[in-house]
Design a protein around this ligand. Structure first.
Ligand SMILES: Nc1ncnc2c1ncn2[C@@H]1O[C@H](COP(=O)(O)OP(=O)(O)OP(=O)(O)O)[C@@H](O)[C@H]1O
Ligand SMILES: [Zn+2]
Length: 757
């Protein structure tokens, strides 16, 4: 028998290797098991791959002289079980991505590197007979390291902890070789059953119906995909919690997907305050050892509640009982490179795989999910009210054409535009004076989006991208003033004169969050002392970059004192600020004018999510939208009839125009050193499409930002009425496209169900 191995190489095939008996140091079984790792030589490299099948010698196409043996088998037990392999096959097929590369995405990097899975539970302890006398006086460093371990007593400590404390691996080895310390594997105790830490709330009628339906599915051990479509603040979390309770009490694991974890310190608290359970967080900020630890905890069933971002949906689970996708409309669930999967779609697949309920929760369902409801593939439950007497805040328009925005005067008499109308400023003042908090939403970080020469019209552009450089200006310190490209991170000093015409008349145009915060400061500071009367808290990627900064911001907000929060889309993601009673959107509706057909949907979702931060406590809230296009149909529809009715109308339009979700899309992007070469490769790709392909082919056209990071991008869009049709064509066409001579030095990628083009 031979083993068939999937290797992390960009080739759409697997590789056969033979096994000699002495390869198999780890087990007595003659063949490495399916789902275990093997190390093999591949060309001149040594790679680690996964055994995916055993085949008879006669079934292999490899000529006998060419067949190589595996170098070694790394696992006595499979690390991926049958259902994980099935998931990998499905991902490879659906996203037309090589199986070996899919596995590379699924496996944590330490596993990929061939590290033993018990790496993290390796503990070190001092051998019983050893004492201080066993050290030479001049072995100072050894003694010092020994003393660190000694502090942990007879049980010692895990290698992970010791390394964190500053011990060095080399010394652990030396001390081990000298017979002073030993390693051992700490047996993991089975987790104790989950108990309630706090009593559940009494559900209202709509919540109760949703919870009952989910629990019934769980008890019947069936799959159902639920769309929990509840307005902001309607208590979707309480539905999750009570559904989870039934699942956890049955001894099963619950996976909760959230858009971003680092940003929401309260995410864990929401679940930890209800359940005494082993909760594991999985997110991109983890180091490799913690990721492996998390992976193992999920795989062994040690983790009971798993809260994670997108990639957590690819983890192995011992006994998964429920998946919750919170804020299921969020764009961050779509991976934008390598394996371009959508975590909500994968969640539904896994629900089918395990026969468990999957909840997609959101106040602003994506059009894709509404269509799935129409098709009977998701069961919708609506929550139409906020619990108690909290009412969703009404949205009001301010016509910025009728009243000009407020002007402010600097110390040296210059006047500048604050970007806010007097009506909006008045409402902010009123709210602060009533002791409440205000949230101002502006989806643009930095000081200003453009630096412009008033004399000749020159603008500061990124030399590497088709984009303006953003002005990051700090009036307190010129050292933190610079120009930056938000696409490739290129940085430059702010010039004092125009590089084209020498004029000193350079002006920062437009408003970002930093400038808006400064403007608000000028408006609301004490006029005599110019001291801050109300704290202005800026929340964007620049101010939350440091590790604890978001937590500090959160604490400041939750003290509840009157304050102005200025934030980007970061503030739209499920936060609960009970003292915010006014939300202001000075120009959020710009997106309704964009050429991208998805822009209205995304703009409306963002506006509704931000608006939903208002009036979540005991006091009523309001939302003010300042606009230059108060008669825009989309805006009026959204404000008057609400998101659902707005979304339904968009859905009708998509149907008429033959756009997703009524058609199925694949986007091919080509990246290279020149636009000509990328376009040519795509033309060649079209030329080899099968004649009866039956698809709409749009392109090749330049990508929306065709030059990015000094590379050029062109794209091609394929649309099909039936999903099957699309996949059928791709399965015959995509690999020949990759092999086109004109594609040789270019990067070609395929995006199934793209969310932007
Ligand atoms: N049945 C209930 N009785 C009383 N209070 C409730 C009930 N259900 C939820 N709540 C409270 O309502 C508030 C809002 O709930 P939650 O944060 O779950 O809303 P949400 O639907 O997730 O909102 P969003 O989509 O805006 O994040 C919370 O403070 C929660 O404790
Ligand atoms: Zn750039």
């Amino acid at each position: 028998m031979l083993v068939q191995v999937a290797l992390p190489v960009p080739l759409y095939r697997v590789f056969d290797y033979s096994v000699s008996t002495d390869n198999n140091i780890l087990s007595n079984v003659s063949l490495p098991q399916i789902g275990s790792r093997v190390e093999v030589s591949f060309g001149r490299q040594t790679l680690i791959g996964i055994v995916i099948a055993h085949i008879a010698r006669a079934d292999s196409n490899v000529p006998s002289g060419k067949l190589k043996p595996i170098n070694k088998c790394l696992d006595a037990e499979p690390i991926l079980n049958a259902s994980m392999l099935k998931l990998a096959y499905w991902l490879a097929r659906y996203y037309h991505y090589p199986l070996g590369d899919v596995l590379a995405v699924i496996l944590p990097s330490l596993v990929r590197q061939g590290k033993p899975l018990d790496l993290l539970i390796t503990h070190w302890r001092i051998l019983p007979h050893v004492s201080d006398d066993d050290f030479h006086a001049n072995a100072k460093k050894q003694k010092q390291q020994f003393d660190m371990l000694k502090l942990h007593g007879a049980r010692g400590a895990s290698e992970d902890v010791l390394l964190l404390e500053g011990m060095e691996r080399a010394f652990l080895k030396t001390l081990e070789e000298k017979g002073l310390i030993e390693r051992y594997i700490e047996p993991k105790q089975a987790p104790s059953p989950v108990t309630l830490a706090k009593m559940p709330l009494d559900l209202n009628e709509e919540q109760q119906q949703a919870v009952s339906a989910i629990i019934a599915t769980h008890q019947a051990q069936r799959y159902t995909g639920f769309l929990l479509n509840g307005i902001t603040g309607s208590g979707k979390t309480e539905v999750y919690l009570q559904a989870m309770q039934a699942v956890l009490e049955a001894g099963k694991q619950v996976l909760i997907l959230v858009p971003e974890i680092g940003l929401t310190p309260q995410t864990r608290a929401r679940f930890a305050s209800r359940f005494a359970a082993h909760i594991v967080l999985l997110h991109s900020g983890m180091n490799n050892t913690h990721r492996l630890q998390g992976w193992q905890d999920c795989r062994t069933g040690h983790a009971q509640i798993i809260i994670g971002t997108r990639s957590a949906v690819l983890y192995p689970f011992a006994n998964l009982g429920l998946i919750v996708v919170d804020e299921a409309h969020d764009g961050s669930y779509k991976q934008q490179d390598t394996l371009r999967y959508h975590a909500a779609d994968v969640a539904l697949y896994r629900g089918v795989q395990y026969n468990i309920p999957v909840i997609l929760g959101t106040a602003t369902p994506s059009l894709e999910h509404l269509k799935l409801v129409d098709d009977g593939k998701l069961v919708e439950y609506q929550l139409r009210t906020r619990p108690g007497n909290a009412k969703p805040a009404p949205m009001q328009l301010i016509d910025a054409r009728l009243q000009s925005t407020h002007q402010q005067t600097t110390d040296d008499g210059a006047r500048y535009d604050t970007g806010l109308t007097d009506a909006m400023i008045g409402a902010i003042r009123q709210t602060l004076e009533a002791g409440d908090q205000v949230l101002v939403f502006l989806n643009r970080r930095g000081y200003a989006p453009v630096l412009l020469c008033e004399a000749c019209g020159w603008q500061a552009d990124c030399p590497r991208c088709d984009a303006h450089l953003t002005v990051h200006y700090n009036s307190q310190s010129q050292y933190s003033s610079y120009l930056k490209c938000h696409h490739c991170d290129w940085q430059a000093y702010i010039p004092t004169v125009c590089p084209d015409c020498g004029s000193q008349n350079l002006d920062a145009k437009g408003i970002g969050t930093t400038r808006l915060s400064e403007n608000l400061h000028a408006i609301f500071a004490n006029p005599q002392t110019s001291k801050e009367l109300y704290p202005i808290i800026q929340i964007d990627r620049d101010t939350t970059r440091r590790k604890d900064s978001w937590e500090n911001i959160y604490q400041r907000i939750n003290q509840g004192n009157p304050a102005i929060l200025v934030g980007t889309q970061m503030v739209a993601k499920g936060h609960h600020f009970p003292n915010v009673t006014l939300v202001c959107l000075p120009n959020a509706d710009r997106g309704f004018l964009s050429a991208d057909f998805r822009s209205p949907e995304h703009t409306a979702q963002l506006m509704i999510q931000v608006a939903g931060r208002s009036g979540r406590g005991n006091k009523a809230g309001r939302v003010l939208i300042q606009t230059l296009q108060p008669d825009n149909d989309l805006l009026l529809k959204l404000v008057k009839d609400g998101y659902l009715s707005f979304a339904r109308e968009l859905l009708q339009e998509r149907k008429m125009m033959g756009l997703p979700p009524y058609t199925h899309a694949a986007l091919i992007r080509c990246e290279g050193k020149t636009l000509v070469s990328t376009r040519q490769a795509l033309k060649d790709a079209i030329a080899i499409l099968p004649s009866n392909h039956n698809l709409a082919v749009l392109g090749p056209i330049d990508a929306p930002m065709s030059k990015k990071n000094s590379r050029y991008h062109a794209q091609l869009l394929l649309l099909a009425k039936e999903r099957q049709q699309l996949h059928h064509v791709l399965s015959h066409w995509w690999q020949p496209v990759l092999a086109l001579p004109s594609a040789k030095y270019l990067k070609l990628t395929l995006d199934i169900d793209p969310i932007g083009w």
